[in-house]
Structures are given as C-alpha cells and as structure tokens.
Design a protein around this ligand. Structure first.
Ligand SMILES: [Zn+2]
Length: 239
C-alpha cells in the first residue's frame, strides 16, 4: 500500500467509510499527505464525503493552493489539513469532522478522556481549541493558514483536538488508523457521557494503560475494522 493510485483509492474509501459510520454528514473531510512530495496533500473537492469519487481528489500545496484545480472548487477549510501537515512531519492523514458526540465536550470544557481500550488512540486527554481566544468573533471556520496554524498548536503532538462550537481534528501516521481513531473518538464521547450520567466517579484509562493500548493497536486490528467498514460502505477491500 505505497503506490499513489492505491492510496488515492483508499482516500475515496475513507470518505465513504466516514460517512457510513456517521462521523461525517454532508460536511467534514479527510486528506492524505502525498507519498511522493511531503509538501503536498490530497483532498476531495468541496463535496459531501458520501459522494466523493476518484476524479474529485485534488492535490494541494501545504498553503492550500490547488496544483491543478481543473475548475474544481476546494473546501473552504482545507487549511486545517495543510497547517497540520506543516506542523507535524509525522502526520500522513488528517480528518476534520463535526460528529455530534464530540460537540458537547468542546463547549463545556469538560475534558474527554478514553473510557475504553478501543478508544485509547484518541490520546490521554483531548485538548480543546477555541478560535475566539486569538481571533475574536469569527464565522468559526478555518479559512486561512493563520487560523489553521493556531489549531495545529493546540493539537500539539497529539492525535486529536476538539474545536469549540464546531467539531474536531484527528491526525495519524496512516490513513486507515486515522479513520479508526475518528470512529472511536465519537464512540468515546457517547460512552463517557453515559458513564458520567451514571456516576461522578468514572474510571478512565490510566496514562500507562492508554499508552500501552495505543502502542499495541496493530495494522491487523485496524484492517479488521477497515474490511468490515468497507463492506458496509460498499467499497472493495484491499489489504
Ligand atoms: Zn468544519
């Protein structure tokens, strides 16, 4: 799975899987860094992820300029992706979504932490980014590199960050594992909310547990989920 064609097919599949799993609706997007040029990334044109086809995938510089737009309109918030790739040479895939479970955590300041082993890759604690702190009243979108870079700062070295009143960013070293984290970030949000409704003494994963589980989440774990999700999204599975 290193050839560009295979990666771009996987990127189309990632769009469909995220839609089929309820992580994106008509909005939200997913990108990969170019395997051939680390200063470029691939992202669909502005289209609902469930509808994305191979011909929709555009190449961008990290600054968000299309390499050859061919009349296609890019997402306004593509700067989320470029700024994350710029700040984090280790990051090979980026997802931005507004999955409903994560929103309450971004607006209450109530910290999200992993409650279950499958959710360990979200990180020990999910930071919250508030655009208002630096930019005042805005339309809440990430429409420039300056705003994207501020978000990337909050993301830091982690895998996830919430965006107050908006959604979240999820990054990873590999596309499928990043989709996996986005799916389990949403599940963690729901489970944590249920647990905290039942008790004020919720037992989260310890720092050591979170690290051990995240470090041992293997390609075969991720591929087991990926095969199943491909089937549900009616996309061919390739190991
Ligand atoms: Zn958004």
């Amino acid at each position: 799975m290193a050839k560009l064609d295979d990666l771009l097919e996987d990127l189309v599949t990632a769009n469909r899987v995220l839609a089929s799993q309820g992580i994106v609706d008509s909005f939200g997007h997913v990108s990969i860094r170019s395997p051939d040029n680390p200063k470029h990334y691939y992202l669909s044109r502005a289209r609902a992820p469930e509808r994305v086809e191979r011909a929709d995938i555009m190449e961008f510089t990290l600054e968000g300029d299309p390499v050859d737009a061919k009349g296609r309109k890019p997402y306004l918030e593509r700067f989320i992706h470029g700024a994350a790739y710029e700040a984090r040479p280790d990051v090979m895939a980026v997802i931005h979504n507004h999955s409903p479970g994560v929103i309450p955590y971004g607006i209450t300041g109530h910290k999200m932490r992993p409650v279950m082993h499958m959710c360990a890759t979200i990180g020990y604690e999910v930071p919250i980014w508030d655009q208002h702190k630096k930019f005042g009243d805005t339309n809440l979108l990430v429409e420039s590199m300056a705003v994207g870079r501020d978000l990337a700062k909050t993301l830091g070295k982690g895998r996830t960050a919430l965006m107050r009143g908006h959604g979240c960013i999820v990054v990873g070293h590999e596309l499928r594992a990043t989709v996996y984290t986005a799916v389990y970030l949403e599940l963690n949000a729901k489970l944590q909310m249920q647990a905290e409704a039942m008790s004020k003494k919720v037992q989260f994963l310890t720092k050591g547990e979170q690290k051990k589980v995240a470090d041992t989440t293997s390609v075969s774990n991720v591929n087991r989920a990926w095969e199943n999700w491909c089937r549900k999204a009616e996309r061919a599975y390739k190991e």
